[in-house]
Ligand binder design. Structure first.
Ligand code: CDP
Ligand code: CDP
Length: 219
């Protein structure tokens, strides 16, 4: 069974996807972490975020992969655990430029499909239901208002010691949503057969319960 969870920034995709995967004992794949790691690769090598050939060359020279540990999934760039450094403001605010590059998407989508091959998987991102796994049995489109999503990110940042004003986070989220929804290749879009869940007024437990209901109906 394949479960695709898409939606805008900070809607709760990865939190919900991880819990659903854990409950069902499915593999989890955070595709956003892959785009973030490619962005980090560009930054570390001082390659411009719009330099298509430079970024592709770096992708061919380096390895991006996941390692499952007791505390969850970690993303690696070569032999380095980059799970934390890919969440900085610098990466967050530039990832949409890198993820709009056609060849970057082609290569990452191929890796994602390989991970899902013959596996029970929960995958979250922007184009999972539309492009990566169009035949997924369950497609969820998670949304929440921009202000709720900014508050969630604000809280996350506080816990990690990052201090960005709430109004700035709202702007950043709205800008990233706009870029992700308006790019040419596989933009953020609800698949026709996806079920939309507005989580603005829902707790994590309530969202997990709702998604579990949807999965059980499909089983
Ligand atoms: O967790 P958050 O919602 O902030 O974002 P993410 O899932 O980590 O994704 C980071 C960025 O990667 C998104 O803003 C998109 O630009 C890109 N992305 C994408 O283009 N396609 C995906 N399947 C997943 C992420
Ligand atoms: O993956 P995505 O960017 O869509 O969101 P996330 O990183 O899973 O969630 C962002 C934050 O919102 C996390 O701190 C979650 O704990 C929180 N969250 C929440 O407070 N209520 C929900 N219904 C879902 C997520």
């Amino acid at each position: 069974m394949q479960i695709a969870i898409d939606g805008p920034a900070s809607a709760g995709k990865s939190t919900i996807a991880k819990l659903i995967a854990k409950n069902l004992d499915f593999v989890y794949c955070d595709t956003g972490a892959m785009y973030r790691t490619v962005t980090l690769l560009a930054k570390e090598n001082q390659v411009d975020y719009g330099n298509e050939s430079g970024i592709l060359e770096l992708m061919h020279d380096h390895k991006i992969y996941f390692v499952n540990k007791t505390d969850g999934q970690h993303v690696y760039l070569d032999d380095k655990d980059v799970s934390e450094v890919i969440r900085t403001e610098e990466i967050t605010n530039n990832v949409s430029q890198v993820s709009a590059i056609k060849e970057v998407r082609t290569e990452l989508v191929e890796m994602q499909r390989k991970m899902a091959d013959n596996t029970n998987i929960v995958m979250d991102g922007r184009d999972i239901g539309t492009t990566v796994l169009p035949k997924a049995e369950v497609k969820i489109f998670l949304i929440a208002s921009v202000s709720v999503r900014a508050q969630r990110r604000f809280k996350d940042n506080q816990e990690r010691g990052i201090d960005v004003p709430l109004a700035q986070l709202e702007d950043e989220i709205a800008t990233r949503d706009y870029k992700d929804s308006h790019r040419e290749i596989s933009p953020l879009k609800k698949a026709d057969d996806a079920i939309e869940v507005d989580t603005s007024d829902m707790t994590i437990e309530q969202v997990v319960e709702r998604v579990t209901e949807i999965v059980n109906e499909k089983k």
